[in-house]
Ligand binder design. Structure first.
Ligand code: NAD
Length: 260
């Protein structure tokens, strides 16, 4: 537990389910109040708000397509209206649409880049504008992926977006370090969420995936939420510009496991 998070206000984009929902709930359990952003799933977002309130914190569900400029400023305003402050911004909304590169449509390329990369810029920019204007030593967390480092056939747009997030993260961390604003990323490996439900429900695909995880199993969203809480807390007060991989060792060249 991180007592300094008590009473803080956190925005988590794309938090009606999956990793975002787990992060929203973890912050609530730390005593922080949370803006739960969703795009289409109002019901999921309301269910997360109910869990936040059951944990003793305050939550508010706010619709917003994070690829749109007005959504980010709208979420800052929602945090100020509901909680009177904003301390932590988590860029988490993301999606994947598999396709071989030669068959990838420009429309789908653009869709992934708009949400996974441009959306992170827009979210971080809105939070930074508030932090800078008010002199707040806020914290920004960007949900990257092991695919900011590992190439991924059929996911060129996704890997490009996460590679972009890596340098966006590092550049903003450097740029705002003098103001005490920390910017960090988390690089999840394979995590059990709706994004890869299909893969995890197919025994052959599940086994193939587990074979490239040295620890041998997929992670749970709560392990990512734990990393987010730590990064936002004062315990990480001297940490900025990193990607914290939470991946069971997936980035450790698992093919070398039995090679030598
Ligand atoms: P998920 O599909 O369960 O959740 C993604 C969330 O983003 C959903 O709530 C979705 O509605 C929301 N979203 C999508 N487009 C949006 C938009 N335009 N505006 C607002 N919200 C939008 O997936 P997840 O696994 O929880 O993924 C969360 C983040 O973690 C993503 O950025 C993803 O790339 C990253 N990630 C996930 C894994 C994994 O194995 N699950 C691994 C690495 C990285």
């Amino acid at each position: 537990m991180y007592p300094d998070l008590q009473g803080k206000a956190v925005v988590v984009t794309g938090s009606s389910k999956g990793i975002g929902a787990a992060i929203a709930l973890r912050f609530a359990r730390e005593g922080a109040n949370v803006v739960v952003n969703y795009n289409g799933d109002a019901q999921g977002a309301e269910a997360v708000v109910a869990q936040i309130e059951a944990a003793g914190a305050k939550g508010v569900a706010v619709q917003g397509d994070m690829s749109k400029e007005a959504s980010a400023t709208g979420l800052v305003q929602a945090a100020l209206d509901a909680f009177g402050r904003l301390d932590v911004w988590v860029n988490n909304a993301g999606l994947e649409i598999p396709a071989h590169t030669h068959e990838m449509t420009l429309e789908n390329w653009q869709k992934i880049i708009d949400v996974n990369l441009t959306g992170y810029f827009l979210g971080a920019r809105a939070a930074l504008q508030h932090f800078v204007a008010k002199g707040i030593k806020g914290s920004i967390i960007n949900m990257s992926s092991v695919h900011e480092q590992i190439p991924w056939p059929r996911f060129a747009h996704y890997a490009a977006s996460k590679g972009g997030v890596k340098l966006l993260n590092e550049t903003m961390a450097m740029e705002y370090a003098p103001q005490g604003i920390r910017v960090n990323a988390i690089g999840p490996g394979a995590i059990n969420t709706p994004i890869n439900k299909e893969k995890m429900n197919d025994p052959a695909q599940k086994a193939a995936l587990e074979a490239i995880i040295p620890m041998g199993f997929a992670g749970e969203p709560e392990t990512i939420a734990a990393a987010a809480a730590w990064l936002a807390s004062d315990q990480a007060s001297y940490v900025t510009g990193i990607t914290l991989f939470v991946d069971g060792g997936m980035t450790l060249y698992p093919a070398f496991m039995n090679n030598g």
